[in-house]
Unconditional design. Structure first.
Length: 358
């Protein structure tokens, strides 16, 4: 018998013998205990503080769940009134730097009006969710956040375990697609006005960052790490300016018109206020998401605005997806932030989820 198989056989035999006699060896007695899944007690806002009006058609409550890294996430749950039986469920998050009281909550509540049980959650380190340091993003942990939301939905008796979908907006659109590649429990995924956060951090907008510029970026980010550690705190990159700029690209003005006005401003939103930690983008430069997008077997719908500066992210990704259950929807005359609240094609999104979550 080859050595590798012999060792495996010996290990299996030892485990069977140990189980049979009911005695633990010294080594077994010293084995570490498995980690418990513990929900952290978080301070949650009890009043309705969304940027959209509360619907009379759905019930709303705050819920908590824990991701695989032990971070407790806060979410708003939306349940159709008079719901009966096990429902199809959708977990929603995004945009990148936003909170659940903004676009993701609007999506979640609207889908609940259309019959789905939904949750809109704050990603790790942001909003009402736990995790320290604050205001940092991670391609791994934030992809995991979607799977943690699926964990939670699967724990509910009113959710059909075979009818779970996810929806990511902007930067969390890329995270959602990345989660779909990893998590086979997800049956349908929508990415709306998607950013590939790895690509935009490593290559810049429209892939204009070359190797030398990327090296300079790494130098600057790592220099900032040194400064932060010596100071004992993380420096914020700064959000959008308080006054509407006059010389910024149109898409920056579109962001300002959402995050800095009554339309979308929220006190816990990074984009509405001080922004992310300056060093937050380090991991995205070196660790690309969407590497296995071609292997997604479940259904995917990419939604993007015709006039969005970010449209190429969805178009390029769609070329890589395989199977007849993948779709790209271009919304006529819509820019990037129009898909946050003004021109969301809810009928098409509803049809997609009802087709693939049945």
């Amino acid at each position: 018998m080859p050595l590798k198989k012999a060792c495996l056989a010996a290990l299996l035999a030892a485990s069977v013998i140990g189980a049979g006699v009911g005695a633990a060896s010294a080594e077994e007695a010293n084995m570490p205990e498995s980690s418990l899944i513990k929900v952290e007690k978080l301070k949650l806002e009890s009043q309705w503080d969304k940027v959209f009006s509360q619907s009379e058609k759905v019930l709303h409550e705050k819920v908590l769940f824990v991701n695989r890294y032990g971070i407790t996430l806060a979410a708003d749950l939306y349940l159709p009134k008079n719901a009966d039986g096990k429902l199809a469920a959708v977990a929603v998050s995004g945009p990148f730097g936003a909170v659940k009281e903004q676009a993701s909550g609007f999506y979640a509540q609207t889908l609940a009006e259309r019959g789905f049980l939904t949750i809109a959650f704050d990603p790790s380190f942001t909003g009402e969710s736990g995790g320290t340091p604050r205001y940092v993003a991670s391609p791994d942990i934030n992809t995991e956040d979607f799977s943690a939301a699926v964990d939670y939905l699967l724990s509910r008796e009113d959710v059909d375990p075979e009818r779970i979908g996810i929806l990511g907006i902007c930067g969390w659109g890329g995270m959602a697609v990345n989660a779909a590649a990893a998590d086979t429990r997800i049956k349908a995924t929508v990415a709306s006005t998607m950013y590939d956060m790895s690509r935009v951090n490593a290559r810049g907008y429209f892939d204009k960052t070359d190797v030398d510029a990327r090296f300079a970026l790494r130098e600057a980010l790592n220099a900032q790490r040194t400064v932060d550690y010596r100071a004992g705190r993380y420096t914020l990159a700064g959000g959008l300016p308080d006054a509407r700029p006059t010389d910024a690209p149109q898409f920056v003005l579109d962001y300002w018109d959402y995050y800095k006005t009554e339309r979308g401003y929220h006190k816990r939103s990074l984009n509405s206020n001080g922004g992310w930690n300056t060093t937050s983008s380090i991991s995205f430069v070196n660790m690309p998401i969407l590497c296995y997008a071609e292997e997604i077997r479940s259904a995917v719908l990419l939604v993007h605005g015709e006039k969005a500066h970010s449209r190429y992210f969805s178009e390029d990704l769609f070329k890589r997806l395989k199977g007849d259950n993948k779709s790209l929807l271009i919304v006529e005359d819509a820019n990037h932030t129009d898909l946050y609240d003004r021109k969301v094609p809810f009928e098409r999104i509803e049809d997609f989820f009802k087709t693939y979550l049945k």
